[in-house]
Design a protein around this ligand. Structure first.
Ligand code: G3P
Ligand code: MG
Length: 251
């Protein structure tokens, strides 16, 4: 049976983007704590591999924007990344924040009954191995959890490797377009959902996705009225950076 038919969607309708949205330095443990502390039952974060194959949280290909270092993340070992400050770029309050491991975040989520959307965000040329290693780790760390993670990626190669490694973990294909053959792609990757750029969505598209048997999540929704509209149209979940405006009571 396909995942879309057998998987019981357990996720809340609001998801804190990159952990704590704008309130904390993205993709850090402080950000995840912040999302949780602000009442969010689910957080999204981006996972990639360091040069020496540690699973770390980071969005960009380079470390320039979110740390006091420079260069490609793919060329840095975990020890090199650990020596950097991933908090000061955001605010003095977070000075000295270290890059988190995926394992540290998994532990926090488990202990605090927090759902996770694990976005597989491979460094260039590392799509397959990142998909495989993220899925392997998630399979092990969430094995007996009542809070199953949702794996997602823009990379179809990474998702296909995640599917092969841990077919039982729920998957969503991420995209900034709704191609005419989207159902074929979701079927091929045995996804339960499509995570789409919010500006693409309207009532007709949401209905079309639902009729095909898939859930739909919208990123990134930072306007309160737009969030209300998308939820009223039946959008299954929204990612937001505005944790104090697009609040969980909305859903
Ligand atoms: O997973 C939703 C959203 O995070 C996708 O875009 O670039 O913020 O990772 P990005
Ligand atoms: Mg992301």
């Amino acid at each position: 049976m396909s995942a879309k038919n057998s998987f019981k969607w357990p996720y809340p309708r609001l998801i804190a983007h990159r952990g704590g949205g704008y309130l904390a330095p993205e993709n850090t443990l402080s950000a995840i704590r912040c999302g949780h502390a602000n009442g969010f039952g689910m957080v999204e974060f981006d996972v990639k591999l360091s040069q020496d194959n540690s699973l770390i949280l980071m969005h960009d290909d380079t470390i320039d924007r979110t740390s006091n270092g420079t260069g490609l993340a793919a060329t840095k070992t975990f020890n090199e990344l650990s020596a950097l400050d991933f908090g000061s770029w955001h605010s003095a309050r977070y000075a000295g924040e270290q890059i988190p491991t995926f394992l540290a975040v998994a532990r926090f989520a488990q202990e605090n009954r927090l759902f996770c959307n694990i976005e597989i965000k491979p460094c260039p040329e590392r799509e397959e191995e990142t998909g495989m290693l993220v899925a392997q780790a998630a399979q092990q760390w969430w094995r007996h959890s009542q809070f199953p993670p949702l794996l997602s990626s823009f990379s179809r190669k990474a998702l296909a490797c995640a599917q092969k490694t841990a077919p039982e973990l729920a998957r969503a294909w991420l995209n900034d377009d709704l191609p005419h053959n989207f159902i074929d792609i979701l079927e091929e990757l045995d996804c339960v959902a499509i995570n789409l750029k919010e500006s693409l969505l309207d009532q007709e598209k949401i209905n079309r996705i639902h009729q095909a048997g898939y859930k739909v999540c919208a990123w990134t929704v930072n306007d309160y009225q737009r969030a209300k509209q998308l939820l009223a149209w039946g959008c299954d979940a929204l990612f937001t950076d505005e944790l104090l405006r697009v609040t969980p009571d909305l859903a």
